[in-house]
Design a protein around this ligand. Structure first.
Ligand SMILES: [Zn+2]
Ligand SMILES: [Zn+2]
Ligand SMILES: [Zn+2]
Length: 269
């Protein structure tokens, strides 16, 4: 992390969980389990995504298949940039919905991603990146491949490399006035040493906790609790949860600083 970044030009940092579900979303199509039939709105999870706001910026982390409904529900009028965690379908296929955020701007919409995710976007949406994409109303992506910390609309963002199957994946640490405000790691099986060091003692840590059973590419509840124990955040939230997690039941037995995020939850930092 460079100390050369200018002093932040915002005083309000707000995050809103647009979605907190795993790749299927919850309820799952065709499933009759208790969570899928639950009337608790916290058990209804769109695909995982975060909306980061300051008084001058509106930034999305990921743009998955539920983006249209998420944007309507949260009343997201404009987006200044999108940051991608990785190229899995549940995080990128809302790409074309982003055209609504291109109509009112004269420059391409900045999209920050690691090399693997950007390659994936270019393959899936080749027409959008092509020189022939000149029609008004079409999405105009402005690709930026990050390599270390970057400054985005006055916010210091540090990409956190993590292991998540064989896909190049990052979480992100957002700082306010140099302070480690919130780390968001939605898809992870194991954190790198670099990521663990970066998030230690942050105010809010959001981590992948798929369900209780073990999974090859996601942390389960116990693995997530171990990471939280090591990282010592003031407050922690689970996200990317499957239909095997009943919000009320699990939250009752979690240790004090750990909660389960739910769709529409907003945190002011
Ligand atoms: Zn995912
Ligand atoms: Zn179910
Ligand atoms: Zn994934």
């Amino acid at each position: 992390m460079s100390d050369l970044f200018p002093v932040d030009t915002f005083s309000r940092l707000r995050v809103t969980f647009l979605g907190t579900g795993t790749s299927t979303g919850v309820p799952v199509i065709g499933c009759d389990c208790a969570v899928c039939r639950s009337s608790d709105p916290r058990n209804q999870r769109f695909r995982s995504s975060l909306w980061v706001q300051t008084e001058r910026a509106s930034i999305l982390v990921d743009a998955g298949p539920d983006l249209r409904m998420q944007a309507l529900r949260a009343k997201i009028k404009n987006v200044d940039a999108v940051i991608y965690t990785h190229g899995h379908m549940d995080h990128v296929v809302g790409f074309d919905e982003l055209r609504a955020y291109c109509w009112n701007r004269d420059t391409p919409l900045p999209m920050y991603a690691n090399q693997g995710c950007m390659d994936q976007l270019r393959t899936m949406f080749a027409w959008a990146f092509a020189d022939t994409n000149i029609y008004r109303g079409y999405i105009k992506p402005g690709p930026v491949i990050f390599d270390g910390s970057f400054l985005l609309e006055g916010i210091q963002v540090t990409p956190l490399p993590v292991l998540h199957g064989n896909v190049e994946t990052h979480g992100f640490l957002f700082r306010k006035n140099g302070h480690r405000s919130i780390a968001y790691i939605s898809d992870v099986k194991r954190l790198s040493r670099e990521a663990m060091d970066a998030i230690h003692g942050c105010d809010v840590l959001v981590v992948d906790a798929l369900h209780h059973r073990s999974h090859p590419t996601h942390m389960n509840v116990n693995e997530a609790l171990e990471v939280i124990e090591q990282a010592q955040p003031k407050l922690a939230y689970f996200t990317h949860c499957s239909h095997e997690i009943d919000h009320a039941q699990l939250e009752k037995i979690l240790p004090a600083p750990v909660r389960i995020a739910y769709d529409t939850l907003t945190i002011d930092l």
